[in-house]
Design a protein around this ligand. Structure first.
Ligand code: HEM
Length: 417
């Protein structure tokens, strides 16, 4: 069925136009070649999976391993998680690179420390951070919402949660800035930033062993002392993946989310009315819809077939990489009514933006908290927020896995206390 010649030519992937709006190309793939072998810009070949049902199946298929040693091209491979500079073996033993039983052990450990209760208790701090960042630019009447707001918020939030002392958090901001600016490429600066971060985290873990606190790193150490073992390398890799997985994703949730609202004035006005009335229901469903409509993670991280797998009518051979295109699955008309329409009150919205199966996003409760605080507060405090440039002047960051804007210049009526 899927091998019939398509009526329209295959769209070019990974071009500049594609980065600006990949959704028409994904619609073509879903329709004509839902599981397609593709050469990526790096030269590596991988299967792209674009239909919702196939995507969900692939994300939960135990024959698709997360461990890069199963990649047929492993010997020549670069970073396989999309994490820049992440080739040092010490940082490789993290959740997104391993399978059961190691994954089960590490996930259980971190889940004991990263509980929904801990996240809920963190809500006032996230609100304080959000307000502080808006205070810093509110009187200017203009801002770059990526640089001034979406970028620092998750960095400070995760540093606080992990237990990185406040006086060291600006170093993290610098290192993370380096990673996000040059994400995807093996540049020297990125490698150096990752190395500094890694060294810092190792020292911090070491220090905390003798002085446990109420933070997540102390929680990890406590959990490992009371049950299964966690090596210091694994603890450092865990702290690193929490930072990394929770950083650029949240930047993009806020950036893509605000941008989608600015492009849909009637939806944004609806949300603003409901916030003014003190209701939170539309904000809750709205954040989920923004995640579905233009989510932060375009492609799930790499998977490799450990057995031959039939997927969407195609035969995936042992060693072949499989990339699940979350952004395409979440616009599948077989699953979502009128999928290209942004509807903040959409019910039945089981999007795949946080993944599915055993690797389902560990940080989803924190991401929801940050997204709701950031977008809700921004619209409430700066009600006439508007784009300061033409949408065609905006640029999207390169990179295979994530989808996010480089800058989001906005204007608004200056607020002076
Ligand atoms: C809107 C923001 C976020 C989105 C859209 C998102 C999305 C995702 C997705 C799609 C996965 C699964 C990847 C795969 O299966 O290939 C994932 C895993 C993960 N996420 Fe998130 N994430 C977000 C925020 C966060 C935050 C704030 C944290 C923590 C501070 C976090 C920590 C993790 C971790 C540790 C994993 C790996 C889980 C595992 O392998 O068991 N994420 N996330």
């Amino acid at each position: 069925m899927h091998d019939l010649p398509p009526e329209t030519p295959a769209p070019e992937l990974f071009t500049w136009e594609f980065a600006t709006d990949p959704y028409p190309a994904y619609a073509w793939l879903r329709e004509h070649a839902p599981v397609r072998r593709t050469t990526l810009p790096s030269g590596v070949e991988a299967w792209l999976v674009t239909r919702y049902a196939d995507a969900k199946r692939a994300l939960a298929d135990p024959r698709l391993s997360k461990n890069p040693v199963h990649h047929a091209e492993h010997a020549h491979a670069k970073s396989k998680t999309g994490i820049p500079g992440e080739r040092g073996a010490e940082l490789m033993t993290h959740l997104l690179n391993i399978d059961p039983p190691d994954h089960t052990r590490l996930r259980r450990l971190v889940s004991q420390a990263f509980t929904p209760r801990r996240v809920a208790e963190f809500a006032p701090r996230v609100q304080e951070l959000t307000d502080g960042l808006i205070d810093a630019f509110a009187a200017k009447g203009e801002a770059d919402l990526i640089h001034d707001f979406a970028f620092p918020l998750p960095i400070y939030a995760i540093c606080d949660l992990l237990g990185v002392p406040r006086e060291d958090q600006d170093d993290f901001r610098d290192w993370a800035g380096m990673m996000i600016r040059h994400g995807g490429g093996p540049r020297g600066g990125v490698g150096r930033s990752v190395k500094k971060m890694r060294r810092y985290l190792a020292e911090l873990i070491h220090r905390k062993r003798d002085d446990l606190g109420d933070d997540l790193i102390s929680g990890l150490i406590r959990a490992s002392d009371h049950g299964e073992h966690l090596t210091e390398n694994e603890a450092a890799a865990m702290a690193f993946i929490l930072l990394f997985a929770g950083f650029e994703t949240t930047v993009n949730l806020v950036g893509n989310g605000v941008y989608a609202l600015l492009r849909h004035p009637e939806q944004r006005a609806r949300l603003q009315r409901s916030l003014d009335a003190g209701e939170s229901g539309l904000l809750t469903t709205g954040i989920e819809e923004l995640l579905r409509y233009d989510g932060p993670v375009e492609l799930a991280t790499w998977r490799y077939a450990t057995e031959p797998v039939r997927l969407g009518g195609q035969s995936v051979a042992v060693g072949d990489p499989v990339l699940v295109v979350l952004a395409a699955a979440d616009r599948d008309p077989e699953r979502f009514d009128d999928p290209d329409r942004l509807d903040l009150s959409r019910g039945d919205n089981k999007h795949l933006s946080y993944g599915h199966g055993i690797h389902y996003c560990l940080g989803a409760p924190l991401a929801r908290l940050e997204g709701q605080a950031a977008i809700g507060t921004l619209l409430t405090r700066l009600p006439d927020l508007r784009l300061a440039v033409d949408p065609s002047d905006l640029r999207w960051r390169g990179g295979l896995i994530m989808r996010g804007l480089r800058t989001l210049p906005v204007q608004f009526t200056a607020v002076r206390d």
